[in-house]
Design a protein. Structure first.
Length: 53
């Protein structure tokens, strides 16, 4: 599936996701659970793409 080149955040959680993603492993999402789940899914996709190192 092609990835969008650009996307505007549509909710506060989208904004938070973008900002926290920029912090990388320096941040841990604890709540809300929906945002934590999204980061868990992101991590799984990145592990699949790049492996465990």
């Amino acid at each position: 599936m092609p990835r969008p080149l650009s996307r505007s955040p549509s909710s506060p959680l989208e904004v938070a996701h973008g900002q926290l993603t920029a912090l990388g492993a320096e941040a841990e999402v604890v709540v809300p659970e929906s945002l934590r789940k999204r980061f868990t899914e992101d991590a799984a996709r990145l592990t699949e793409l790049y492996g465990r190192g």
